[in-house]
Design a protein around this ligand. Sequence first.
Ligand SMILES: NC(=O)C1=CN([C@@H]2O[C@H](COP(=O)(O)OP(=O)(O)OC[C@H]3O[C@@H](n4cnc5c(N)ncnc54)[C@H](OP(=O)(O)O)[C@@H]3O)[C@@H](O)[C@H]2O)C=CC1
Ligand SMILES: CC(C)=CCC[C@@H](C)[C@H]1CC[C@H]2C3=C(CC[C@]12C)[C@@]1(C)CCC(=O)C[C@@H]1CC3
Length: 339
Amino acid sequence: MNKVVLVTGANSGIGLALCERLLAQDPQVQLCLACRNMQRAEAARSALLLSHGDARIALLRLDVGSVRSVLKVAEEVKLRYNRLDYLYLNAGIMPNPQVDFKALFKGLFSRNVIHMFATAEGLLTQQDRVNADGLQEVFATNLFGHFLLVRELEPVLCQPGHTARLIWTSSSNARRSAFSLDDIQHRKGAEPYSSSKYASDLLSLALNRRYNSQGLFSSVICPGLVMTNLTYGILPSFFWTLIMPIMWLIRVFTNTFTLTPYNGAEALSWLFLQRPESLDPWAKYHSLTSGLGNNYSQPRKMDIDEATSEALYEQLLELESEVRKKMREEDEEVHPPGH
Ligand SMILES: NC(=O)C1=CN([C@@H]2O[C@H](COP(=O)(O)OP(=O)(O)OC[C@H]3O[C@@H](n4cnc5c(N)ncnc54)[C@H](OP(=O)(O)O)[C@@H]3O)[C@@H](O)[C@H]2O)C=CC1
Ligand SMILES: CC(C)=CCC[C@@H](C)[C@H]1CC[C@H]2C3=C(CC[C@]12C)[C@@]1(C)CCC(=O)C[C@@H]1CC3
């Protein structure tokens, strides 16, 4: 049976490289690219068709940071497909990033230099904003929209006699200290990206606990440091041009500098081939590239616990019902009952 695979944020970077790799692994796969910009989605489809002329590639307009868009696209998916085999939760943003150059310079001469380059710990902050739904944008895009999508797609993901997979693109930048159960949207801090990625690690564990019995399995990956629109947005382009030779040099000493989207998609495409029962729900699967340029995946235990993951899940359910109530009220204002 042809596998049906939906990828969010599939029009560039790691998501697009994943689609390319999936088509190379299994030309029969039915791909569905869920993107917020249809022009970029069309361009991605054309690029994929250049190397895989017979590929079955559908496009969906999805702004994963908008509740209405997620609800609409989920309805469309349920109309188009009666079963979904893989849902890659990959779209992500890091708005207005700022590098702490003082910390970077200090880190260069410390024993933690490899760890600093692998995780960006202490180097990066971002400026977040509130979106049209009243949610913090990074939380809404990187986590909550995807959570809602999973909940809405439950009927096509949880089919009797079938297994289905959720695969989250997390990050080595996910950090416990950036996340708080008292502020899951990270309204107060300056590391919303770290917080949202840590929350995705927690959520994956909670989803496994809830859904494994219904044949739905969730995994988390880290692509390493990959040069994409997201990373190019962190520093001015002339700076990247200047430090690129240094980046390739660092790559010899750390396997987390995967650098190309193809390499970064290693763990995502590796997971595509694994039996879900053989995977560890506590592990993050890392895409790694050796100094000689060989790609491999490696599981590393996540710094998460069951109580926090369960508490986050409960809060997400609460937020979901608040958001749904707000949508109903807004709809009633436009179309009052009885009219
Ligand atoms: N690059 C890296 O080093 C690392 C990246 N990651 C994660 O990998 C994932 C992919 O990012 P990457 O490939 O690097 O960067 P890109 O910016 O190339 O890709 C991000 C994708 O997400 C899409 N996207 C962003 N916001 C939305 C939205 N609201 N609705 C729908 N789609 C959206 C983008 O669409 P558009 O083109 O319209 O902006 C784009 O297709 C992200 O989750 C990121 O956090 C994790 C660790 C390291
Ligand atoms: C001299 C030199 C190589 C400077 C570059 C310093 C930083 C700009 C990078 C060092 C570690 C990088 C990193 C990321 C972005 C760029 C760095 C901060 C990410 C945060 C990108 C997105 C992620 O999800 C994880 C990455 C971890 C490492």
